[in-house]
Design a protein around this ligand. Structure first.
Ligand code: ATP
Ligand code: MG
Length: 317
């Protein structure tokens, strides 16, 4: 069995009218992890998920999902999906929405009934399950959306912007529910532009910008790339040491020295230097590089690259 629940070798999607939404994406999602696909509006996140689920036809696609070629319909029985802006017939009750999804998944009624109760409980909707969807708040609709995505006990679940319209308290609940799905052994694929949220739950992330994966890896690896250290000393730094620090690419702000480094080892030389000059060190802090910092950096770089490429094409004409 492959190590990957989703293994996209090459995926390209050009919409009618010429919009190139995905331009040759390659992406691997290991079994049993929470995978966050993040990117700005229009990056191609929903297009990617819809391509995997055969909701739209990719222009070119090779790879596998759950060990079968992408596009094979039988695999969809093992897949759950919460679409972005999910809407359900509003005259149905929450419980009936689950029944409707179970029907689409060809599930036998007795097995599904106890599962529906369990899912309603899991998403905190038991008390409202009999009410029609039209009386639900956005957050309640999302909860029912999450429950219907699990109705067929899927191996892999795709959640497209699951916390869209959900308040901060509800988001905490969603995080717990997503982690619970992973702990039940599912692979959870989450599309989001809420970086801080993804950072808290995802095991692995990929950043998509302008239809291309610009960076991917574990959250720890990506955010560890460039830690920033701040070292506080007693009094002002002697001039000779200011010069040394600046020469080494550090920033000196009165009694604080700031440096970017990929490991704490780089700070040791500074500490040695300060101690040799009898400077007292009061505090050493590691400022984590957040996923948001990385996101802003790679997305603006991708935009600049796309603009430069477009300009190059124009000049070449
Ligand atoms: N049906 C369509 N026809 C033509 N172009 C489309 C269609 N759907 C999406 N696009 C375009 O494809 C690109 C990617 O859109 P997509 O919806 O996949 O992005 P997204 O990352 O999901 O964005 P968001 O964060 O806003 O949900 C955008 O430029 C969008 O305008
Ligand atoms: Mg989308």
């Amino acid at each position: 069995m492959s190590y990957f629940a989703v293994d996209i070798e090459y995926l390209r999607k050009q919409y009618r009218g010429g919009v190139e939404a995905l331009s040759g994406v390659s992406l691997q999602v290991p079994y049993g992890c929470i995978f966050g696909l993040i990117g700005p509006n229009g990056a191609g996140k929903s297009t990617l998920v819809k391509s995997l689920l055969s909701i739209l036809r990719p222009s070119q696609c090779s790879g596998s999902m759950l060990g079968e070629p992408i596009g094979k319909k039988s695999v969809l029985a093992k897949v759950g999906y919460l679409p972005e802006h999910a809407s359900f017939p509003d005259y149905l009750s929450g419980r009936q929405v689950l029944g409707y999804s179970a029907g689409l998944a060809n599930l036998a009624k007795p097995a599904y009934r106890s599962r529906a109760d369990q899912l309603l409980e899991q998403v905190g909707m038991t008390a409202f399950a009999g009410r029609p969807v039209r009386t639900y708040s956005k957050g309640m609709k999302q909860r029912i959306g999450l429950a219907q995505a699990l109705v067929n006990d899927p191996v892999v679940v795709f959640l497209d912007e699951p916390t869209d319209g959900v308040d901060p308290e509800g988001r905490m609940d969603f995080k717990r529910m997503i982690v619970a799905m992973r702990d039940e052994g599912r692979t959870v694929f989450v599309n989001s532009h809420l970086l801080a949220e993804v950072e808290q739950v995802a095991d692995r992330v990929a950043i998509l910008a302008k239809g291309k994966i610009v960076i991917h890896g574990t959250v720890a690896d990506l955010t560890r790339r460039e830690a920033r250290y701040e070292l506080k000393i007693e009094g002002a730094l002697p001039t000779s040491l200011v010069e040394w620090c600046v020469h080494k690419g550090m920033e000196v702000l009165e009694n604080r020295i700031l440096l970017s480094a990929d490991s704490a080892l780089a700070v040791q030389a500074l500490i040695d230097k300060l101690r040799a000059s009898l400077v007292t060190i009061c505090e050493l802090k590691e400022e984590k590089f957040s996923l948001e910092d990385l996101f802003m950096q790679v997305v603006s770089q991708a935009r600049a690259d796309a603009a430069a490429a477009a300009q190059g094409k124009g000049a070449g004409r």
